[in-house]
Design a binder for this molecule. Structure first.
Ligand code: NDP
Length: 262
């Protein structure tokens, strides 16, 4: 596994495993498989309702806790301290590696202060945002004692967040790509430009997309419930895309929102 250093000095794996839409009853099995494959970053959220499954898998894996990086996300701006404690209990851990505000909820600066306190008390090691853009993002950055380590946003080859990535770079905030395959929407897995590049490297379109993010300094957290795909999505560390192939994929960008959420 390769790691990226966050703006607080903490190391985070450059590739993770996302568990959105995996029912809690299936999550333990999936996360155990992902850990077996080699994933060491697990991305969950209070809203997903599967933190307990993640915690069960980590416990059952026998892998030392400090070798696994857990990200979770706040589902509300009410009772934030209690929500953090609930996540710790469900994840069955003493600390959360990275805690994000899941989306702009209002009173975000007040939530941020409680998250900063959770860092000071050791319950959380790094804090960040998700789906924060424009003034909502600026408001946190301008007033933060601890700058956001990560902003997790919709990011795939059709939405490359070109100008926003530069803004994030100013505070060394890592862009983390949710839906790195756009959940397969808009024919991403069969895109002809990506498919042509994939055939020259003897790789799949999924692997080309993930390698593209890796080489752009972006952390991706693909989800799959199938072990063969977990393996496929993990097998991206043995090749590098040439500059003209990077450029060809960059040109696919349309800054196109595939979900209509943010
Ligand atoms: P992805 O872009 O990761 O796509 C997942 C879909 O692609 C699933 O249907 C999966 O099917 C399929 N798939 C995965 N690998 C392959 C492959 N190699 N070949 C073909 N199909 C494949 O979408 P997600 O929405 O799941 O995003 C990833 C993660 O990002 C989430 O799990 C979550 O952790 C996070 N996220 C965060 C959000 C936020 O607001 N912060 C919003 C949405 C996601 P199958 O499972 O059947 O293999």
């Amino acid at each position: 596994m390769e790691y990226i250093t966050l703006n607080n000095g903490i190391k985070m794996p450059v590739l993770g495993y996302g568990v959105y839409q995996i029912p809690n009853t299936q999550t333990k099995e999936c996360v155990l498989e992902a850990l077996e494959v080699g994933y060491r970053l697990i991305d969950t959220a209070q809203y997903y309702g599967n933190e307990r499954g993640v915690g069960d898998a980590i416990k059952a894996s026998g892998i030392p806790r400090d070798e696994i990086f857990i990200t979770t996300k706040l589902k509300s701006n009410h009772n934030v301290e209690r929500l953090i404690n609930q996540s710790l209990s469900d994840l069955q851990t003493d600390y959360i590696d990275l805690l994000l505000i899941h989306w702009v909820m209002g009173n975000d600066l007040a939530t941020w202060r409680i998250m900063e306190n959770a860092v000071h008390s050791g319950k959380v090691h790094a804090i960040g945002l998700s789906n924060f853009y424009g003034s909502a993002y600026d408001n946190i950055v301008k007033n933060a004692e601890i700058l956001p380590a990560v902003n997790q946003i919709e990011h795939h080859v059709l939405r490359q967040n070109k100008s926003f990535h530069k803004i994030l770079d100013k505070t060394e905030t890592i862009l983390e790509a949710w839906a790195p395959f756009g959940e397969g929407k808009a024919g991403l897995f069969t895109n002809p430009v990506i498919a042509k590049i994939a055939s020259t490297y003897g790789k799949t379109t999924a692997q080309i997309m993930l390698c593209f993010y890796l080489q752009s300094g972006i952390v991706a957290i693909p989800k799959s419930i199938h072990k063969a795909r977990m393996i496929e999505n993990f097998d991206i560390f043995d090749f590098k895309l040439a500059e003209d192939d990077m450029k060809a994929i960059e040109e696919l960008n349309q800054e196109r929102d595939l979900f209509g959420w943010y």
